[in-house]
Ligand binder design. Sequence first.
Ligand code: IYR
Length: 222
Amino acid sequence: MTTANFRPLSSYIEYPVDEMKQRATSFRKDMQRRRTVRHFSDRPVPREIIEECLLTAGTAPNGANLQPWHFVVVSDPRVKHEIRVAAEEEEAEFYHRRAPKEWLEALAPLGTDEHKPFLDIAPYLIAIFGKNHSELPDGRRVKNYYVHESVGIAAGFLIAALHNVGLVSLTHTPSPMGFLNAILDRPADEKPFLLLVTGFPAEDAQVPVIQKKPLEEIVTFI
Ligand code: IYR
């Protein structure tokens, strides 16, 4: 059994209350500017920027610090195209056969359909996998905990990190996503969680006019 090893919390910063308020508001405003974008430019993005954002994602709190995630960053146009073909096949099935009417109605305001040109155009497709098991440094294979929660939080960090550097992203969820294991050669124990499309927005990018719920609707203080 490994024993716990503690050190002082030296990275913590406390701000005066006024500064806390300012920071809360300025972060809220900056995050409110973020939009999910489906119209991408093919302009390249330096890989080290993506690497930095992925390191931020890797700081996410997670089950037993087993860090149950793996990110595959796809920039090879041939692999991107393979993903597009497979995703569009699933999506055509979804939009024309599988999706219940109620789901299609919920999606109508977003104007989505089975065509996914952004999978060819955007410079990076980041396939995010949740790992059900980890390999410890001593070679032992152990179970991971709270995989969905952990990977979801890491994905949120990544989306915020990309936004912070002036990139846009799309949380794409072709369903089912099993084809990502085959194309990206990932083991069956890893489950695709999200395909995060990222890059610069197209110059004529448009976004749907939608509203976020007000505080009273999403929060209860007791
Ligand atoms: N996966 C499909 C459908 C879709 C589902 C939800 I929930 C969305 O918020 C958006 C789209 C697609 O990507 O088009």
